[in-house]
Write a protein that binds this ligand. Sequence first.
Ligand code: URA
Ligand code: SF4
Length: 188
Amino acid sequence: MLDWESLKNACLSCTDCQLCQTRTNVVFGVGSQNAEVLFIGEGPGEQEDLQGEPFVGRAGKLLDDMLAMIDLDRSKIYIANTVKCRPPKNRDPLPDEQAACLKWLNAQLELLQPKIIVCLGRISAMRFIKSDFRITKEHGQWFDYNGAKIMALYHPAALLRDPGKRPETFEDLIRLRDKIKEICDHTL
Ligand code: URA
Ligand code: SF4
């Protein structure tokens, strides 16, 4: 098993799918290497591609606000995406791109061994919870993932488009906080 540094170095030079041709930066992920909670978004957008960091644009600001509501911040968790390079014009990542990129996230999962995984949006939930995941019906529900607990929240970009979904998301965040208090040792 690679350590964090070797893994990151290998990942930063990855050319295993076509997204490498249009990216500015590989967005490896950020946060604590001891995190008990892993957030998985969809893929880098324009700002993320330019800065090499996940969730630093408008949706990222909202994600920070959502974390703050339950006393979390980026230093206490880890944040990554289903693909590490930006899909052109922010289109959905294609199944073969997600499949090619999965090894990197799997290696991060192996190093982290998170107790809780939070999928941000449908694309991530379909990859990590189940392929027929319905975000409108199943957000906020707990599922199992190799011994960890996993749930999906609406993607912050969806909450920017439709603020009407925010009250439900607040309830989901409370459920997340309760689960962290129940099963995590040092997150809250
Ligand atoms: N949206 C995502 O899914 N991930 C990011 O890193 C930024 C925006
Ligand atoms: Fe490699 Fe993933 Fe980037 Fe594709 S998206 S080039 S698999 S790091």
